[in-house]
Design a protein around this ligand. Structure first.
Ligand SMILES: [Zn+2]
Ligand SMILES: [Zn+2]
Length: 118
């Protein structure tokens, strides 16, 4: 004979968070914290330090936990939108202008995707 217990309702911890955040809509101090964290991540000597800084930026931004723990700031040169998003978002786009790899957020990828320079 089994005892029927109330089904546990799974909590929905992170699904309500946005997958992208506009940096310009955040308070100034939050924005600076994120910019510093992203800068520090870029200059990190190893992966541990890199992901520490990424986590700081992700937490401060309130963005949904990215697939591989990395976010990036949209580098679109058409609109300078300053959106932060999951690097591995399948709707995002990355192109090469001949000198640099330029990450574009899903919105930019949809509206004006950059084309790779040959
Ligand atoms: Zn963008
Ligand atoms: Zn754009």
């Amino acid at each position: 004979m089994s005892v029927i217990t109330a089904a546990r309702i799974p909590r929905q911890p992170t699904n309500q968070q946005p997958t992208q955040v506009d940096l310009t809509e955040l308070p100034e101090d939050t924005r600076q914290l994120i910019e510093h964290a992203l800068e520090a991540a870029r200059n990190a000597p190893d992966n541990d330090v890199y992901f520490d800084h990424m986590t700081t930026a992700i937490t401060a931004a309130g963005i949904r936990q990215p697939r591989h723990g990395e976010i990036v700031r949209c580098g679109c040169t058409s609109c300078h939108c300053d959106v932060l998003y999951d690097v591995d978002d399948p709707d995002a786009w990355l192109y090469n202008d001949g000198a640099h790899e330029i990450p574009q957020c899903p919105g930019c990828a949809d509206e004006h995707p950059g084309t790779n320079a040959e």
